[in-house]
Design a protein around this ligand. Structure first.
Ligand code: PLP
Ligand code: COI
Length: 366
C-alpha cells in the first residue's frame, strides 16, 4: 500500500500560452513542469510527509550530507501521450522502481516501496498532464531521485535522513538531428566502474566521474564515450548514458549481442526490453562480451554489421563511427542499419501505442 499524499496544487501554474510555447522546442531536460513530489525519510518515521507540491527550489544547509559525500541516486523514465486517444502511459515504471531500490541498497539508502514510487509518478503526471507533449517523438521525462539530508560532516555512517523527489521535464529526443548515427570514443585512459564498485547503481557519482572522459571524447571529435572494463581496458561495457548492442550478420541471419551485466554496467530497462523483443522479431539475442579488437576485426570482416546504443533518453541511436587511441573505423556505411531501425520502430511503437504490448509494459496513468 502507498502512503497518503498531501496534495498542494500550485497557485502559480505556467499560463497555457507560455506552456505551449515552451513545448514547441523543449530540448532535453531543460524545462520543468509546475509540480514535484517530495517524501521524507528518517529512522523514527520511515517514509512520511509525502506531498505533491509546486515545483520550487530546495533550501538545504551547506553541511547537508549529499553535498559532501554524494549519497544520491536517480532514475529516468518517460510518460508518453498516445496519438490515438490522447491517453498518457508510462513505460515499465515498476522496473524503474526495482532498479531504484537496488541502487538504494548499494548506496546504503532506504528503499522506497514500489507502490509509493509508482504512485508518485502517477500523481505528478496527472497533475501536470497538460505538460505531456503531443509532438511525435516527444515525451515527459520523469526524474525520481533521492538525496541524503543529514546535517554534518561525519563519514562513519550513512545519512540518518533522506528526501525523495520526483520532477518532470517535457523533452524532445536526447540527440538532436533525427536518427543520426553517433560517433564514439573508446576510453582507454579512464574507468567508469570497477568490480565491487557502483557501476550497476544509478548514482550521481558515476556520472560526475564520467564528465572528464566525455570531454575527452568530444575533444577527439566524437559524440560519446564508450567505457571499457577496469582490469584490461579491453572489454566493451556501455556508453555514457546508454547500453550497447552489436548486430552480427544480416537479413534472416542477423542476431544481436549486448555486454553481460558484470556488475560494472547499468542494467538498462531498454536493454532488457530489447533482449525480449528482438527474438520476437526473429532476431536471436544474447548477452556476451566483445573486446575492442574483436569490434574492429568484426567490422573489417563484415561479420559485425550494425551497432546501436539504447536507453530511456536516447531510445535507440545508431553508432556510426568508432575511434580509439589506436585508430578509427566506420560501422557499415555509417548509416542507421535495418536491424537497428526495426527494433527502434517496434519499441517506440509499443511505447506510443501503435503496436501491441505483449509483455504488459505499458502502465496507464488514470
Ligand atoms: N547506462 C547508463 C550509464 C545510463 O545512465 C542509462 C540510462 O538510464 C542506461 C545505461 C540505459 O538505461 P535505461 O534503458 O533503463 O534508460
Ligand atoms: C536516461 O536515459 O534516463 C538517463 O539517465 C541517461 C542520461 C540522461 C543520464
Amino acid at each position: 500500500m502507498s502512503i497518503e499524499f498531501d496534495i498542494r496544487l500550485s497557485d502559480h501554474r505556467t499560463p497555457a500560452d507560455e506552456r505551449e510555447r515552451l513545448l514547441e522546442n523543449p530540448g532535453f531536460g531543460q524545462i520543468f513542469t509546475d509540480h514535484m513530489i517530495t517524501i521524507r525519510w528518517d529512522a523514527e518515521h520511515g517514509w512520511h510527509d509525502a506531498r505533491l507540491e509546486a515545483y520550487a527550489p530546495l533550501t538545504l544547509d551547506p553541511a547537508t550530507a549529499v553535498f559532501h559525500y554524494a549519497q544520491e541516486l536517480f532514475e529516468g523514465l518517460k510518460a508518453y501521450r498516445r496519438a490515438d486517444d490522447g491517453s498518457i502511459v508510462a513505460f515499465r515504471p515498476y522496473a524503474n522502481a526495482a532498479r531504484f531500490n537496488a541502487s538504494c541498497e548499494r548506496m546504503a539508502m532506504p528503499p522506497v516501496p514500489e507502490e509509493t514510487f509508482v504512485r508518485s509518478l502517477e500523481l505528478l503526471v496527472d497533475a501536470d498532464r497538460d505538460w505531456v507533449p503531443t509532438q511525435e517523438g516527444h515525451s515527459l521525462y520523469l526524474r525520481p531521485f533521492i538525496i541524503a539530508t543529514q546535517r554534518g560532516l561525519g563519514v562513519n555512517s550513512p545519512s540518518s535522513s533522506y528526501l525523495f523527489i520526483v520532477i518532470a521535464s517535457p523533452s524532445a529526443a536526447y540527440f538532436t538531428g533525427g536518427i543520426k548515427p553517433v560517433s564514439v570514443w573508446l576510453s582507454e585512459e579512464y574507468t567508469r566502474a570497477a568490480p565491487g564498485g557502483t557501476g550497476a547503481a544509478k548514482c550521481g557519482g558515476n556520472y560526475a566521474a564520467a564528465f572528464v572522459a566525455q570531454a575527452q571524447a568530444v575533444k577527439e571529435g566524437c559524440d560519446q564515450v564508450v567505457w571499457l572494463d577496469a582490469n584490461e581496458h579491453r572489454w566493451v561495457e556501455e556508453m555514457g548514458g546508454m547500453n550497447l548492442f552489436f548486430v552480427y550478420g544480416s537479413g534472416a541471419e542477423a542476431r544481436v549481442m549486448t555486454p553481460s551485466l558484470t556488475g560494472t554496467l547499468l542494467p538498462g530497462i531498454t536493454r532488457d526490453s530489447l533482449l525480449k523483443l528482438a527474438p520476437d522479431l526473429g532476431v536471436p539475442a544474447a548477452e556476451g562480451r566483445i573486446s575492442t579488437d574483436q569490434w574492429r576485426e568484426g567490422n573489417a570482416s563484415g561479420e559485425l554489421t550494425e551497432v546501436f546504443a539504447c536507453g530511456t533518453a536516447a531510445v535507440i541511436t545508431p553508432v556510426g563511427r568508432v575511434k580509439s587511441a589506436k585508430g578509427e573505423w566506420l560501422i557499415g556505411s555509417g548509416e542507421p542499419g535495418p536491424v537497428t531501425m526495426r527494433l527502434r520502430e517496434e519499441l517506440v511503437g509499443i511505447q506510443y501505442g501503435d503496436r501491441p504490448d505483449p509483455y504488459g509494459w505499458i502502465h496507464k496513468i488514470a
